[in-house]
Ligand binder design. Structure first.
Ligand SMILES: Cc1ncc(COP(=O)(O)O)c(C=O)c1O
Length: 419
């Protein structure tokens, strides 16, 4: 049995994974074209406009509004939907902070609920139970690319007359029953930050099928302007969230590869489901049969601490990285973040909400806890590899599994600093 790379043995991974971001002559030409045109600003330009139309169309939405980043896209949507002080928005506790901070930026309270164990997406039953007369919206996050249960969420939102927003930061091109994400609720938001499935370094977009939401969101993102009106007239509260022409042009080039890259990631992820599912103690994120395509921002799996008894998740991750397999931990539970624990989040609230008790801070979130501290993510570029790459990922995990008793010392030295 070869020794772990962490303990001086040979690395499992021999040939390198594909690099990210990917580009070719398309991006090179796109950047040069914008440079030479001297039109670098979105307002008179055509590149960002063309990109937002193409991206929206790809997902089956008539409208797209390119935004500076995915966090800002959520902020613009929340503002455009009229969420404000006194309102509540239901958000999964297991997500990147932006999903909740965008609600706080509007002066409203994000109400945190637990997620489903199979997918790590918001639990629709818990979301419904959290609805109060103050609830304006639910923001679902498609974790790692896997859509939340959009059938249930749409039904709940309609029955309670509240809005559904999809945070699709991980889920470009993902599908639920053949329909692309971002088109189920009032709006969907995406990120183009550098680790995402398409990138311009930074960037974001809102897509929507609702003409009124489009009008409001476009105005909020452009200083409260309205189409066809004088440049210095400002009708509603807004700010400058416009994306540059450089980014719009690069993103159009990136979009040409999204479909084939998604198909490849989806296929490789199914190979990993088979290979990793056969390793004792490893449970891959389940693919709901209604998820007809998973954009796969990450390949997510649970590492059972009862089986991998000698390795904390942190040590498992170190051992995998040493074997040449990039992998990482995911988000801590939002309610454990300092901004919630110290009460700093209350600075954004007003009226009764500022001082009243927020029950979710006292709650247990068992599934989020497990997702945060016992699951491992393999970032998406690895899923652009070939069959041999997938075999090597599985071999590295099997090696850690086989070695863990013998290597107890190397794997378990050092206490976890994450919990
Ligand atoms: C779930 C989720 N929502 C929103 C965002 C925010 O996107 P951005 O980094 O472009 O601001 C991210 C970014 O990682 C994310 O993971």
């Amino acid at each position: 049995m070869p020794a772990l790379a962490l303990l001086g043995g040979p690395k499992t991974k021999r040939k390198p994974f594909p690099v990210w971001p990917q580009f070719d002559e398309l991006e090179r030409h796109a950047v040069t074209e914008v440079l030479e045109s001297r039109v670098w600003w979105r307002t008179p330009g055509t590149k960002t406009l063309e990109f937002e139309r193409a991206f929206a169309k790809f997902h089956g939405a008539p409208h797209g509004i390119a935004i500076t980043n995915g966090t800002a896209a959520l902020e613009v949507v929340v503002a455009a939907l009229g969420v404000g002080p006194g309102d509540e928005v239901i958000v999964p506790n297991f997500t990147f902070v932006a999903t909740a901070s965008a609600v706080l930026m509007a002066g409203a309270l994000p109400v945190l609920v637990d997620v489903r164990p199979e997918t790590h997406c918001i639990d629709p039953d818990l979301a419904e139970a959290a609805i109060t007369p103050r609830t304006k919206a639910i923001i679902a996050v498609h974790m790692g690319g896997h859509p939340a249960d959009l059938t249930r969420l749409c039904e709940i939102a309609a029955r309670h007359n509240i809005l559904l927003v999809e945070d699709c930061a991980h889920a470009h091109a993902s599908e639920w029953q053949g329909q692309r994400v971002g088109t189920f609720g009032a709006a969907g938001t995406f990120s183009f930050q550098s680790s995402k499935l398409m990138t311009a370094g930074e960037g974001g977009i809102i897509i929507t099928r609702d003409d009124k939401v489009e009008r409001q969101a476009r105005s909020v993102h452009d200083c409260g302007r309205m189409p066809g009106e004088w440049f210095y007239s400002h009708f509603i509260n807004g700010s400058n969230y416009r994306l540059s022409e450089w980014q719009g042009a690069v993103l159009s080039a990136q979009l040409t590869r999204l479909d084939s890259q998604t198909a490849l990631r989806h296929k490789n992820a199914r190979t990993l489901d088979r290979l990793l599912g056969a390793i004792e103690g490893i449970t891959p994120q389940r693919l709901d049969p209604r998820c007809t395509r998973n954009g796969s921002y990450a390949y997510i799996f649970h590492v059972d601490p009862k089986v991998f008894t000698n390795a904390s998740t942190e040590q498992f991750i170190k051992a995998m990285n040493a074997e040449g397999i990039p992998n990482q931990a995911s988000y801590p539970p939002l309610h454990k973040l300092a901004v919630f624990q110290t009460g700093a989040y209350r600075e954004r609230l007003s009226g009764a909400q500022k001082t009243e008790k927020h029950a979710f801070l006292q709650q247990e979130f068992p599934v989020t806890h497990q997702a945060a501290w016992e699951s491992v993510w393999i970032p998406q570029p690895a899923l652009l590899g070939d069959e041999e790459d997938m075999q090597e990922i599985a071999a590295a995990i099997q090696k850690i599994r086989d070695n863990q008793a013998a290597a107890a010392e190397g794997l378990s030295s050092g206490n976890s600093t994450r919990q």
